[in-house]
Ligand binder design. Sequence first.
Ligand SMILES: NC(=O)c1ccc[n+]([C@@H]2O[C@H](COP(=O)([O-])OP(=O)(O)OC[C@H]3O[C@@H](n4cnc5c(N)ncnc54)[C@H](O)[C@@H]3O)[C@@H](O)[C@H]2O)c1
Length: 309
Amino acid sequence: METPLKNLAVVGAGAMGSGIAALFASKGLQVVLIDPVEGALPRALAVIERQLTVYAPDGIRQALARIRTSPDLQAAAGSELVIEAVPEKLELKRDIFSRLDAICGPRTLFATNTSGLSINAIASAVSRRDRFVGTHFFTPADVIPLVEVVRNDDTSPETVDRVMAALRFAGKRPVLVRRDIPGFIANRIQHALAREAISLLEKGVASAEDIDEVVKWSLGIRLALSGPLEQRDMNGIDVHYAIASYLYKDLENRQEPSALLKQKVESGQIGAKSGQGFYTWSPERRERVLREKSAALAELAEWLQRKAG
Ligand SMILES: NC(=O)c1ccc[n+]([C@@H]2O[C@H](COP(=O)([O-])OP(=O)(O)OC[C@H]3O[C@@H](n4cnc5c(N)ncnc54)[C@H](O)[C@@H]3O)[C@@H](O)[C@H]2O)c1
């Protein structure tokens, strides 16, 4: 496949930015990775090296040689595409894009990796709204195949085509989200699932381990092969209707994050990165799980892609 782009800039070298940089560099594109925060770039290069050992072990040196780093946004000048992956703050993203709008040539495409902020609200900071999309990757960004490509009200069809082509070239399965809706598709579904799981935990219906066990080895394993709508077709929509008629009214539907979630955040129990979340994490366990999960996900994704053709 001929490369639709030769280079790109990635702004923000955290968990997502480093994965996105690793992915495109492993496919032969020149990447400039930009982050002004002290220590962020060396940390990112170490993560990139770890990730490349998972899925591109033979090309690590060549891929790393294609990644240039800079603390200065000016380094994005000359890029054909800029993907932003800075923290999820609307004003920060708008500020970065308005500066990029002045730095980059008029043909440069802009993409934000926001998890669910309004693409219209971010795009309104630039003069090239027709060349602006959301590209919502999933962590680990270099391993999970799907990317949601989200239009703003003014995104041109050419921009969608070019971004989709670049993602396909990088081995991704991009899907177009036609409307700028909060949370796009995946995070709406993910949060509906997590809200119910956290509610079951709060109600003492089962332990965190058992709730995860149920989801992983029933719905999870099945969902890897058929989506929720296809699955309903297979089960029978009449069966779903009958269950929905009595079950929907009992499902968690609170409008605010639950007391348990709030208490976890307020007490600093924010998951693997703090040592405690729903589970207890030592730094060694966190590192091992990250490494093993990335490798297992890469293997699983490759198997599924082969199966899907
Ligand atoms: N982590 C996920 O699972 C995930 C999944 C999909 C989308 N996202 C979204 O991707 C974006 C980045 O998330 P992340 O998890 O990589 O965050 P992160 O905190 O790991 O990384 C953010 C990076 O941005 C850098 N940064 C801060 N200010 C900057 C600036 N002014 N200019 C350039 N870089 C700056 C930080 O130094 C850091 O390296 C967010 O919008 C997030 O919502 C995250």
